[in-house]
Design a protein around this ligand. Sequence first.
Ligand code: PGA
Length: 240
Amino acid sequence: MLKKFKTDLAAANAVCDRVETLLSVKKDALICIAGGDTPLQTMQELVRRSKTGQIDFREAYFVGLDEWVGLGLETPGSCRATLFSQLFDKLIGLKKEHICFFDGKAEDLAEECDRIDQFVDKRGGIDFILLGIGMNGHLGFNEPGVQIDLNAHVVELDSVTKQVMSKYFEKDLPLTQGISLGMKQILASKEIVVLATGTKKAEIIQLTVETEPTPQIPATFMKKAKNAQFFVDEAAGSLV
Ligand code: PGA
């Protein structure tokens, strides 16, 4: 359930190995890669492997994990800006119509959730999902108090998420909501990796590992998923 790697780079490489293996057997797999800081190294390595031809993304599909309500591509730090600039725009041969990403500026957010749900359903669910873990144990914007039977939905941001979010943006933004894949879709993914790196994640990793599944720590529900693993570097895994 928990795999420790010497460095964050080794953990990122291991994630990329999973993606490589998956796409070698299922070229049109549906993949979801979280935004945030943690997956950035993984994205870099996926791009490198794409450029060398080691991974072929030409038939691959991607779905977004989440987005800040009100934000779009023009805001550096939005999930869309991160995923497109760091990953999608750089993968060789990836078809734009194979990407379905939350529009945080959609007028009708319920319709936007339906659009995402339908895309996931049409592909038969998510084949591989890479998640980060929030300082409060959230996954995507599945915040403490989460309902686990939901698909894509709009969420009120938790106070911890609001404290942490300024690290992503050049200036303070008055964000209160997120839009996110739900735990139902996440738990149904065929393969799940939760990646955590750095000392600041050590406590939440310890708490997650030591606590029975509870809505107060959404990441604990990974224990109910058949194919979920935590990949941590030595720093994030230092208390377990
Ligand atoms: P981080 O965010 O990768 O920027 O630490 C993780 C998360 O909040 O899910």
